[in-house]
Every structure is written in structure tokens, then in C-alpha cells.
Design a protein around this ligand. Structure first.
Ligand SMILES: Nc1ncnc2c1ncn2[C@@H]1O[C@H](COP(=O)(O)OP(=O)(O)OP(=O)(O)O)[C@@H](O)[C@H]1O
Length: 601
């Protein structure tokens, strides 16, 4: 048996999750880009071949033009060179179009790959790692950052290679035509290149900052929309709007910086090329005047100088795209370095029911949340039986939710061990472990989709009869039937009430027929119908398996077979309601203080 520790991506920075500052690690960012480009290598090579073919056609054109000019005033026919020019035009156009399609498709594939790999990573990441950042920010990274990879990880490298080949080819042919004119050209291009080298990194930095602001905007907006009622009642629309606008404005400021630097870079490039052409024209005219150069050679040379604009433009464009890609890669690396859940790769078959003392056992389990030093669970020993109802109670911050998260293996203990049927958690596959559990969350009991999708979420193979039975058990059948699309109605706040949505979550948990049901009871008063339905479902499940509730209502606690009282991360007492009233002061005080008060009591 071995543990497959799925470590952070080796290419990622060690703790880049902790900060949003773009990492200046160019080689790491380049590696990310190449990783995304690698699966499309054959297509990219084909694109490069087409690009080079198009460039070759472009390179020959001025020479054929010179051929046309040299034929003027002689007896030679013009048909040959003109046909050659048209053929070059057609070949160049077809190759250009094919290259565009091929590389454009590869670019979209890169975005798709990046998005799907990020989604997979996010869903495999540990719960604390995902919850460290606002959900909206993570969404922005998947949807928006990946767009910046589009050209960088596909056509940019092809473009740079092609432009470099075209530029070198052009320069060589210019040299063949006239070396002194080439000297003039190169001086202009060296100046342009140097300016470009200075300006380009600023584009990446500005793009990265734009994406950071967009990420924060996404996080803020998503959180505010989720709490839209609270925002409205607090009359905080303007304040929240202002904060979102601040982020939008910051994104705009950085984007504008990027645009300005790009504009300067492009202007420098164009002015450099135009300047070179003027210098060629002036110096060339002088040399023609001196009888050192033919007019047709000067024209061909000028055509090459114009041709050189293409690769210069292509280089500028692709280096810019590469800089944007670097900005995105740096942020994508942060997500790729999220720690993922450890899983065992080989599992022994789990014994169904061994002679062990219970279903789940915690031995001296200590859990410390990231970024804290005080244990949230402090040396907890606890056995959860195979049948019955266990209620967990305790003051706020006692460690009840942490206990659930540890049992569900969202959190790893710092010390101690948990076992299921006597087998240590580290020897059980996550799928196997969680397959034996169902969980009803207090705050987010529904998932996106229809009512049916919600109910069968944990048991996709459930039959219609099973679905109907569980809806009836939770007294939901009537309400669901009354909806226009019945069970196929999208589940939103407008389709069912809060209590009904809680019962849907309960129905989902009941349908899985798991051995252990973990129920985080809503703190708010629930309607009597919901309360009765849930009590019925719990007692039904407690007959065949075990139900553990984080209990907030005395009715739940009273009905429990065992009550576990927690305080400061420790289990301070356990027993029945009557026993604890006698033996445990905290429990007695909680009951007296009406901690469990509900309409039913
Ligand atoms: N994600 C977290 N990061 C850091 N500390 C945490 C985190 N979650 C909980 N804690 C801390 O761990 C302790 C136990 O919290 P826990 O949520 O388990 O208590 P609880 O009994 O469920 O409280 P409540 O009834 O208020 O939900 C508290 O001191 C809490 O501040």
C-alpha cells in the first residue's frame, strides 16, 4: 500500500498561493506556456511550415519585381515574371489563410486546455486551499486569465520564429543587393530593437496587475451578489458598488498603462522602419546619382525594406502576446500550486463491519487550522457507533464543524489517527471513504441544477421510485409536483423556500443510503413541517446507520441516543440528555440558557 502524495506542481513556486504579486520568474512562466503549447506541437509545426512558405513567397516577390523592371525596355517577354508574381500572390494568400486557421484553432485549444486543467485542479484541491480565496476570484482566473494564454502559448512562438526567419532572409537578400544600404537599415533596426527590449517587460507587469484587479473585482462582486439581500437592507449598494468600481478603475488604470506602453512600442517600431526607408531612399538616390547603384536595385531594396515591416510588426505583436502570457502564466501557476487532496493509490478492500468498537474512531486527534496555533480539536478521542443518533453540542468555537471536516477528511489532523471500521484513514481511498458518508451542510445545502439533479447528486443511478419515496419521506412531493416543471425545475431561491431547500439537501443525503450521515443543523428556527420531516428522516436513518448532528435544537438533542459535549476543541462529556443534566454543568447551563430553545419545546 502506498500513499500517492499529489504534491503541488513541480513547476510552481513554493508558496505562490500566499501572494498575488506576479512572480518575475520568467523561466517558470515560460515553462507553463510551453506545457500548454506542447500537446499542440504538431499543429504548431504545421503552422510554422505554412508561415515559412508564406514568408518565402514574400521574400521572392521583390526579386521577381526587379525581374519585371529589368525586362522593361528589352525584348524579353513580361508574361513570365507577371505570371510568377500572380502565382506568388496566390500561394502566399492560401498559405497565410491556412496558417491563420490552424494557429487560431490551436490558440482556442490552449485556452480550453488551460481552463479544464484549472477546473480539475480546483476540484481536487483541499477544502481550506479553495476557501482561502473568494470564489469569484477563482472564477475570474479560470475564465479571464486563461484568455491571455491564447496567443502566447500557440501562435506567438510560431510568429516569432517565422518573423525572425523572414527578417534574416530579408536582410540577407538586402545584403546581396547592396551592402552599404543594408548598413543604413541595420543601424535603424538595432535602435528600434533596444527600445523594444526596454518597453516590453512593462507590458507584462501592467497586464498582471490588471488581472489581479479583475480577480479581486470578481471575488467582491460574487460575494456581494450572493449576499444581495443583506447588501440592500444595509442600504450598502453604493458602498459595495464603489468598492467594485475601485477595482474596475484599478484594472482600467493598469490596462491603460499597458495600452500606452504598447502604443509607444508600436510607434517606435513603425517610426524606426519608416526612418530606415527614408534613409535608404536618400542614401540610395545618392548612390544611383553617383552611378554606384541601378534604379531597379534601389526599388527592389526598398521593397525589401517594406517587407521588413511585416516581420517587425509580427515580432512586436508576438512579443507583446508573450508578455501577456507571462502575466497569465504567473497567476495560473498560483492555482496549479494549490495543494490537492492526498489519496491512496492502492487500497485494500475495506472490511464491511469488523469487530472494532464503532464505525469511526478518533484517537488523540489534534487539528490546527492553517495560520493558527491554537488547536481547534485538541487530543480528541471519540467513537461513532454503527447505528443510532449522536448529537454534538457545545458553545460557538468549540470545534463542532472542525470535527465534521476532519471526519469527512477535508482537514488532516496534525496528530492522532482516525479510522473507519478499524482501518486507518490513510489506508482508505477518498472515494471509498466519502462513499460511506453523506453530509448536509448548513449554509450551502443546494448545488447548481434542477431539483432532480440536486436529489440524485450523491446517487446518480437512483430510480424514479426511489426519488419519489425520499421526497415523500421529507414531505416534499406535494411542493415539487406543484412546480411548473415539477422535479425538473431549476432549484433556485425562487423555486423553493429555505426550509424546503434544506429538506432537498436532506433528501439527497437519504438517497445515498450511506452508513454515516453528518447533519449540520440550521441554527435558525426552521418551520415545524421541516423540523418534523427531518426528525422523521433522521430516526429512519438511525435505524440502519448512524446519524451525527451538530445540534442546535433541544428537540434534536433530546431524541439523540448519545450527546457529545464539546468545549475549546475537547470532548468534555458524553451521555444521554438526562445523564448530562446531572453530570455536566456546561450542558445544564446550555439547556437552562435556552441554547436549544425551539418552537417544539
Ligand atoms: N478556516 C479556519 N481557519 C482558522 N481558524 C478556524 C477556521 N475554522 C475554524 N477555526 C477556528 O477553530 C475553532 C473551532 O471552530 P469551529 O468552526 O469548528 O467551531 P464550532 O463549534 O463549529 O463553532 P460554531 O458553532 O460557531 O459554528 C474556532 O476557534 C475557530 O475560530
Amino acid at each position: 500500500m502506498s500513499i500517492d502524495t499529489l504534491r503541488p506542481d513541480p513547476s510552481s513556486a513554493p508558496d505562490s498561493t500566499a501572494t498575488d504579486t506576479p512572480t518575475p520568474d520568467t523561466s517558470g512562466n515560460m515553462r507553463i506556456l510551453l506545457e500548454f503549447a506542447r500537446p499542440h506541437l504538431p499543429v504548431l509545426v504545421l503552422g510554422l511550415v505554412f508561415a515559412l512558405g508564406g514568408s518565402a513567397a514574400q521574400l521572392v516577390t521583390p526579386l521577381v519585381t526587379k525581374w519585371v523592371l529589368d525586362s522593361l525596355g528589352t525584348d524579353a517577354s513580361l508574361t513570365g515574371p507577371v505570371v510568377a508574381l500572380v502565382a506568388l500572390l496566390i500561394v502566399g494568400s492560401v498559405l497565410g489563410c491556412a496558417q491563420w486557421i490552424i494557429l487560431g484553432t490551436a490558440a482556442e485549444e490552449v485556452v480550453y486546455d488551460a481552463r479544464t486543467s484549472l477546473v480539475r485542479r480546483l476540484l481536487r484541491a483541499t477544502v481550506p486551499a479553495v476557501q482561502k480565496r473568494p470564489a469569484g476570484e477563482l472564477v475570474t482566473r479560470v475564465t479571464s486569465d486563461t484568455l491571455l494564454l491564447r496567443e502566447a502559448a500557440s501562435s506567438a512562438v510560431v510568429g516569432i520564429v517565422n518573423a525572425a526567419v523572414l527578417a534574416v532572409g530579408t536582410v540577407i537578400l538586402m545584403g546581396v543587393l547592396d551592402l552599404p544600404l543594408l548598413g543604413v537599415t541595420l543601424v535603424a533596426f538595432v535602435i528600434v530593437g533596444a527600445l523594444f527590449g526596454v518597453l516590453m517587460p512593462r507590458i507584462a507587469k501592467a497586464e498582471a496587475r490588471t488581472q489581479e484587479s479583475l480577480g479581486r473585482l470578481g471575488g467582491l462582486l460574487e460575494g456581494s451578489l450572493r449576499a444581495v439581500r443583506t447588501v440592500k437592507v444595509a442600504r450598502a449598494e453604493a458602498r459595495v458598488g464603489g468598492r467594485v468600481e475601485n477595482e474596475a478603475s484599478e484594472a482600467r488604470t493598469h490596462a491603460v498603462t499597458a495600452v500606452r506602453v504598447q502604443a509607444v512600442a508600436w510607434t517606435v517600431a513603425w517610426a524606426g522602419v519608416q526612418g530606415a526607408i527614408i534613409a535608404i531612399l536618400a542614401f540610395g538616390a545618392f548612390r544611383v546619382d553617383q552611378g554606384l547603384l541601378q534604379v531597379s536595385t534601389l526599388i527592389a531594396f526598398l521593397l525589401y525594406a517594406f517587407t521588413l515591416m511585416g516581420p517587425v510588426q509580427e515580432l512586436a505583436q508576438n512579443v507583446t502576446a508573450l508578455q501577456s502570457g507571462f502575466a497569465a502564466a504567473s497567476r495560473i501557476r498560483q492555482l496549479q500550486s494549490l495543494p490537492v487532496e492526498e489519496d491512496v493509490v492502492e487500497t485494500a478492500p475495506l472490511p464491511a463491519e469488523t469487530g472494532g468498537p464503532g464505525l469511526i474512531t478518533l484517537r488523540a486527534v489534534t487539528v490546527v487550522h492553517d495560520g493558527t496555533t491554537t488547536p481547534a480539536l485538541d487530543c480528541v478521542d471519540l467513537t461513532i457507533p454503527r447505528r443510532g443518533h449522536v448529537a454534538v453540542v457545545g458553545p460557538s468555537g468549540a470545534g463542532k464543524t472542525t470535527l465534521f471536516s476532519t471526519i469527512l477528511r477535508f482537514l488532516e489532523p496534525r496528530d492522532g489517527e482516525l479510522s473507519l471500521n478499524g482501518v486507518g484513514y490513510r489506508h482508505i481511498g477518498l472515494d471509498d471513504l466519502r462513499g460511506r458518508m453523506s453530509y448536509v451542510e448548513q449554509e450551502t445545502p443546494v448545488v447548481p441544477g434542477t431539483i432532480r439533479e440536486n436529489v440524485v447528486f450523491g446517487a446518480p443511478d437512483a430510480t424514479d421510485d426511489e426519488i419519489r419515496d425520499v421526497l415523500r419521506l421529507l414531505d416534499l412531493d406535494g411542493a415539487v409536483d406543484r412546480l411548473p416543471q415539477g422535479i425538473d425545475t431549476p432549484l433556485t431561491e425562487n423555486s423553493l423556500s429555505g426550509g424546503q431547500r434544506q429538506r432537498i439537501a436532506m433528501a439527497r443525503a437519504m438517497l445515498t443510503r450511506s452508513e454515516l450521515l453528518l447533519l449540520d443543523e440550521a441554527t435558525a428556527q426552521v418551520d415545524t413541517l421541516t423540523e418534523a420531516a427531518i426528525v422523521a428522516a433522521v430516526s429512519e436513518r438511525a435505524r440502519t446507520g448512524v446519524v451525527v448532528t451538530i445540534a442546535h435544537r433541544l428537540s434534536t438533542v433530546r431524541h439523540a441516543d448519545v450527546i457529545v459535549v464539546m468545549e475549546d476543541g475537547r470532548v468534555r462529556a458524553s451521555g444521554s440528555h438526562d445523564e448530562l443534566l446531572v453530570t455536566d454543568e456546561l450542558y445544564r447551563n446550555m439547556v437552562r440558557a435556552g441554547e436549544f430553545a425551539s418552537a417544539a419545546d
